[in-house]
Each structure stands twice: as C-alpha cells, then as structure tokens.
Ligand binder design. Structure first.
Ligand code: ADP
Ligand code: MG
Length: 238
C-alpha cells in the first residue's frame, strides 16, 4: 500500500478551480517531487496534504487513514517551508524543542529528541545560538531539525532551498536526500526547478494548471515525455 494516496483531489478558491482531479500514489520510502510552473497548484496540494488547507473534493490517505478531516498534528507529517520562520528570540535548542513542548512531551524526552536531531544535522555546537547568529544554511538545518524532532512518517517540503544561493542550494539538495534516506521516511518535495526535480526525485509528478501531466522516474520522463509540455519542462530533446 502506498504511504500517501491522493484520490481525485479538488480545490476551489471562490470560483477558481485550482486543483482539478489529482491522483498520485507515493510509495513508502519514496522521495517524490512535485514540479511545475509557478501558480500550477503545487503549494495548494501540499498544504492540503499537510492539513493547512481544506480539501475541496476527493480523498487524501496517509498511512492507510483518510486524513481529510484531521488536524495537521494528527497526520503524522512535518512540513519544511521556504520561509523557515525560526523564532528569533529563542535559541536553536528551544526552536527545536518548541513543538514538542506544545505537544506536552516531557522535557527529558524533548531534550533527547533535540540532541538526536542536532547530532544528525550537525547542530550540536550551535544549540545555544540565536537564529541571527546563524548562516543561511545553518538556519535551513534548524528548520529541518524542527521537522525531524517530531519523528513523522512523511516529510513535506515547499521550495525549501529557494532563498539560498546557488552553491548552498546544491549542497543542501544532497543533505536533504541523505536525511530522507537515513530516517527512512517518505518525502514529498515541491519545486519549480526542473534540475532539482531531476537530481533528487525517485518519482517526479509534473503539474500544470491544477492537473498532473505525467508521473514517472526522472529517466522515464526524460526518455518518454507524455507531451510537449513535459518535454519542454524536463528539457528532453524535442
Ligand atoms: P504554486 O505553488 O504551484 O506556485 P499555488 O498552489 O500557490 O501554486 O497556487 C495555485 C493557484 O491558486 C494560483 O492561481 C494562486 O493564485 C491561487 N491561490 C493560491 N492560494 C490562494 C488563496 N488563498 N486564495 C485565492 N487563490 C489562491
Ligand atoms: Mg508554491
């Protein structure tokens, strides 16, 4: 059974139909990348998976449970955003611990999870710093740490690297992929960058105007694009 199943999902904003009957299966352990031009509905779809946006039709199933009516915290997911708003007045340690404290975890359990996440992400020496004392890459790692501490089944990423410079972006792609493999999670990663999609994905989902144009491995999409739009977007020879 797929870890995440998206079945005939719809979304309207007022009269505008922005997600139009989307079906996607994401297997356990897969790194799936949703790619498509700006405005095609990637963030809206991801936010519906996360529970941050109401589902306008169809079903979203995570780990075998229909989550349509569940709150974000009940869904066994964690999301990493582009604007990884860290709490500026809190140390790295407390930024990492905050959601656990909100979830009424004991301080001892929170400390243990924070140390584990800090170790995985190379943040151990930075735990007493404040966000303003960190580089862009370090802040991005703290943002990922905040997702990791919750030990979710599914990671959701919405263009997490788009604020970073080109060199750091390439490095962080590798780090995110390694993290995904090490934690054995399922990941759904949104980007408008086809190079990011081609280098990171096990499975690529190409979207346009609220529909899925094609789904497949990077090689399948490159070799056998379903249409000119996919070919153009992926950069296959015409
Ligand atoms: P992407 O992430 O692919 O750039 P979005 O999911 O952000 O696209 O947006 C998809 C479409 O839905 C766009 O046309 C956008 O303007 C519209 N949209 C997104 N959020 C809202 C909202 N809260 N209210 C009205 N329209 C929205
Ligand atoms: Mg977006």
């Amino acid at each position: 059974m797929a870890a995440v199943q998206i079945r005939g999902v719809e979304k309207y904003f007022g009269a505008t139909h922005v997600i139009r009957g989307v079906n996607i299966d994401i297997e356990d352990g897969q790194f799936a990348v949703l790619v498509g031009p700006s405005g095609c509905g990637k963030s809206t779809l991801l936010r519906m998976i996360a529970g941050l946006e109401e589902i306008g039709g169809g079903e979203i199933i995570i780990g075998g449970r229909v989550v349509n009516k569940m709150m974000p915290k009940e869904r066994d997911i964690a999301m990493v955003f582009q604007n990884y708003a860290l709490y500026p007045h809190m140390t790295v340690r407390n930024n990492l611990a905050f959601s656990l404290m909100l979830a009424k975890q004991s301080r001892a359990m929170a400390d243990e999870r924070v140390m584990k996440a800090a170790d995985i992400l190379g943040l151990v020496d930075l735990l007493d710093r404040f966000p303003r004392q960190l580089s862009g890459g370090q802040r991005q790692r703290v943002a990922m740490g905040r997702a990791i501490v919750r030990d979710p089944q599914v990671f959701l990423f919405d263009e997490p690297l788009s604020n970073l410079d080109a060199q750091l972006r390439v490095q962080m792609r590798t780090e995110i992929k390694e993290l995904h493999q090490r934690l054995e999670t399922t990941s759904i990663y949104v980007t408008h960058d086809q190079i990011e999609a081609m280098t990171m994905a096990d499975k690529i989902v190409v979207m346009r105007d609220g529909i899925v144009e094609q789904t497949g491995s990077p090689l399948e999409l490159y070799d056998r694009p379903a249409n000119r739009f996919v070919a153009g977007f992926i950069g296959s020879p015409a």
